[in-house]
Design a protein around this ligand. Structure first.
Ligand code: SF4
Ligand code: SF4
Length: 142
């Protein structure tokens, strides 16, 4: 009985963030990703092509560039040194607020969906995985 309780407690302890692994993953794509992150002009044109942004009354948390800058952008700024709580915050941005439909368009050629997918793979490497929003109902069925 005691042993059972001890193992239950062990399961409740969150696993420490593997900063070295995050850094390794970031470094592998550093050149291209940091170029894209710094090239973003903040014009918000990509937001117009994101149906989730349009369906959420212009909530900036659904803006494609916001999602990228506040996930991958933060990870590069922190050189991978993020806490579990910070990674959990990013989870909602890149899973709940994005369905990876690849429709967002950037006139500068920044591949936003690819960057969001990369941020997801980094979070997955730390055992963090989110869920997408349910698909919106087709017109007429709402
Ligand atoms: S359209 Fe491109 S440059 Fe403009 S905010 Fe979006 S990602 Fe940045
Ligand atoms: S990939 Fe994500 S950010 Fe881009 S349009 Fe689709 S839901 Fe929006």
């Amino acid at each position: 009985m005691r042993l059972e309780k001890a193992s239950d407690m062990a399961e409740d302890v969150p696993r420490p963030v593997d900063v070295n692994l995050i850094r390794e993953m970031l470094d592998r794509k550093k050149g291209r990703m940091t170029f894209c992150l710094s090239a973003c002009a903040g014009c918000t044109l990509c937001a117009e092509s994101c149906f989730l942004f349009r369906n959420h009354d212009g909530d900036p948390r659904y803006m494609p560039s916001y999602k990228v800058l506040n996930s991958l952008g933060k990870l590069y700024k922190k050189k991978g040194k993020a806490t579990r709580a910070q990674l959990e915050e990013m989870k909602d941005l890149i899973w709940r607020n994005c369905v990876l439909c690849e429709r967002c368009y950037c006139p500068l050629g920044i591949d936003l969906p690819n960057m969001i997918a990369f941020a997801r793979s980094i979070l997955r490497s730390q055992g963090i995985c989110g869920v997408n929003l349910p698909s919106p109902s087709p017109p007429g069925l709402e």
